[in-house]
Design a protein. Sequence first.
Length: 505
Amino acid sequence: MPKKYDVIIIGAGIVGSLVARFLSKYQLDILLIEKEANIGMGASSANSAILHAGYDPIPGSNKALTNVMAVEMWPVLSQELGIGYSRCGDYVVAVTAEEVQVLEELLARGQRNGVAEIEIISGTEMRRREPLICPDIVAALWVPSGAIGDPFAATVAAAENAVMNGVELMCGTAFEDFLMEGNQIIGVRTNQGDFHCRWASNAAGLYADEVMHKAGVRPEFIIRPRRGEYVILDQAEFQLTQTTVIFLTPTDKGKGITVSGTLHGNVIVGPNANFVDSKENKDTTTEGLQEIWEGGNTLIPTISRKHIIAQFAGLRATGNAPSPDPALNYNQDFIIEIPNNVSGLVNLGGIESPGFTAAPAIALKVIELLQNAGENLQEKPDWNPVRAPRPVFRNLSREEQAALIAKNPAYGRIICRCEMVTEGEILAEIHAPIPATTYDALKRRTWLGTGRCQGGFDIPRVVAILAEALAKTPEEVTKKGGQSEFLYRSTKAVDQDYLNMEALI
Ligand SMILES: Cc1cc2nc3c(=O)[nH]c(=O)nc-3n(C[C@H](O)[C@H](O)[C@H](O)COP(=O)(O)OP(=O)(O)OC[C@H]3O[C@@H](n4cnc5c(N)ncnc54)[C@H](O)[C@@H]3O)c2cc1C
C-alpha cells in the first residue's frame, strides 16, 4: 500500500510552492510534485517580476481580491524567506488625450480595489522624476505601492521553507491522472508511481486545464498560452535614473509594455502579449522583439539596441473562467475553488498575471477553502517561517568577502566574471535543502551566466563543478534536465576511436 498523504500539490511554481509553504504550518503530510528536473521552471521563471499594486484587475474579481491582499503580504514574506523586495512604485504614462482617459479609468479602478496613495501626476512632474522619459508624455499614473521582487528566488525560498517544515518534494515527477473512487479523488498517478492522498491541489500552471479535466472538472475551461517576449539590457551600459517600473498605457492585449528595473540591476524591456499554439513555445521572434523595442523606445528614447545582452519569453496561462460573481461579466479570472462535482480537489487555474503577486494570497485562500470544507487544521508548535538567505558574494563589503573566503576558500574563486558569482555560491546551491542539479537552476539561483558573455566563460567550469559535486561525468550534466546535455563525448574518446580505426586499416 503506497504512503497516503493528506495533500499532494501538483506543480512547483510560485503558486504550488507557496501553497506548500503556508500549508506546512499545519500538521499535514504533504507531497509537492514537479515534472521538471528543478522547481520553478515555468511561468514563475520568465516574467516581469513586478509585484503589482492592484489597479489593473476588475474590482471584485479573484484577480483583484488576491492581488490587493498579497501586496501587503510581500514585505513580511520577503523578510521571512530571505529574498529581495523593493517597493519602488510604478508609473503608467500617457501621451495622448485618449490615454489620459485610460489613466483616469485605472485611477478609479485602483481606488475601488483599495490601492493606497494612487494619483495622476503631470508630464512635467514625470519628466522631473525620470528625465530619460519621452518628452511627449502628458501625464502619468503614480502608484507608490507597486514593487519589484524576484519570482525565481521566491519560488525556491518558499519551497525550501516548506521542505524545512516537513513537506516532501519530488522533482522529475509528472502527474498523469487522478486515482478516483466515484467522484472522490484518492490519489494521483505519476510517471514515478501512484501516491494516495485525501486532497490534491492543482497548481500546474499552463497545464492546469488538462489536470482538472482528468478529474472531470470544468471541461469547458481551456488555457491558451499567451507569450510575452523581453530583452535584457547590460547593466553596465544602461540604467534608469532611479530603479522603477514604467508602463505604456495598457491596451486590450495586456498591461502594456514596460521598461523596468530589476533586483539584479539590469533593466528589462517587454513584454508583448500574443497567443501561441503550443504550451512549450517560448521562442522569441523578430516581429515580437521589434514590437517590444518600439514600445520601450516610446517610453525611453535613449535605450539602444547595442545594450541588449539577452532575450527571453514566458507563457501566460490565459484561461476562460468566468468570475464567481456573474455580474462582473468577466471571463478571464483566476479559478480558486473546491469544485462541486468532485471531492478532494483544490483547483487553481488560469493563474496568469498578476499571479506572481497574488500567489501568497492564493495560498491563504487554499487554507480557507480546506477549513470551510471541514478540515480541522492544527498548527505545528515548531513551524519555522524563516528561511535564512545564502551569501551573495557581490553584495558583500570587502571585509565580509574576506571573512567568507577565510572560512571557505571556494568563495575566493570567481566562476562567472560578469556577475561575480563564486564557486562557493554555486556549491551552496548544489548542496541546498532543494539541490540545484542543472545549469539553468544554478543560473536562476545565483545569476551566473546572465551578464554580457551569457555564460561563454562560465559554462565549462560550471559543468565541471556540477559533475564533481553530483558524482556524474561531464557528459551527464544537463542544461535543464532531460536530454539537454552540453557535451557529446570526450575528445579523448574520439582520439581512441580514431586510433582504433587506424589500427584496422
Ligand atoms: C510574460 C509574463 C509576464 C508576467 N509578469 C508578471 C508580473 O510582472 N507580475 C505578476 O504578478 N505576474 C506576472 N506574470 C504571471 C506570473 O508569472 C504567473 O502568474 C505565475 O508565475 C504562475 O505561477 P504558477 O505556479 O501558477 O505557474 P508555473 O510557474 O508555470 O508553475 C507550474 C508548475 O507546474 C508544473 N507542472 C505542469 N504540469 C505538471 C504535471 N503534469 N506534473 C507535475 N508538475 C507539472 C510546471 O512544470 C511548473 O513548474 C507574468 C507571466 C508571464 C508569462
